[in-house]
Write a protein that binds this ligand. Sequence first.
Ligand SMILES: [Zn+2]
Length: 278
Amino acid sequence: MATFRTKGLSAVTALLAFSIEAGAVTPTLPPTAPRPTASPRQPAEITRPPRPEPRPDTGPREETASEASKAPSPEPRPDPGTSSARETGDTPRSKTPPVATEELACRSRLRARGVEFTEHAPVSDPTGCSVPHPLTVRSLGPGVELSPAAVLNCATAEAAAKLTAEVIAPAAKSILGSELVAIGNSSAYVCRPRNGTTKLSEHAFGNALDIGSFSLADGRSIAVTATSAPKDADFLARVRMTACGPFKTVLGPGTDADHAQHFHLDLAHRRSGATYCR
Ligand SMILES: [Zn+2]
């Protein structure tokens, strides 16, 4: 029966060998016995499938790397929010890019404006809140304290400082007759969604500043609210109107209940630079 053990033989050859041997030695051999030769090739074909599936994971990594190389955008600013948004929230930038040239230039411009600030540790939260290069801002220009100090990204601090120098301080003097000495910070960086939604607020990116009041050298404090005092109302209206443009979102008393006591100013980016001022 050694014939049947020859693996290389085809079924035909095997059967032939069997019939010869069967006839010579054991005519009573059951026909089922010789089966073993049953096509040794098939198993080989079936076993063939084990092809080298193990994919190298270099592919995905390369993609990540190329994305990361795009990341060093100058501004750690969030993506566009919906235009219907009250306070535009958006997707986070979770990565922490190195301090970019534009970031450093922004800080230089702040110093040139006399803005007092210190670097704040990067902010990052699993929920998506993120400020890669936050600053703790203590003043928005010479003699204009920001109280309490606010954690903001540089772009927002710069926009606020510019508005202060070009609009708020001059309006305080011309309309209210006194020097602006402080701006009341009602809220800056806060890791939270927009009120009534699950989308993150611009505050969650250090991209927004809420102003609750303006303090003057003569001791007055002008609260941001629906006021009937004509000069106060004029001053507040001037600030609010001119903030729209430099800031992309401007909300305040009259917008809704959430903004009855402060101006919300943020730099949310929308398509074609659209503003949302209500
Ligand atoms: Zn706000």
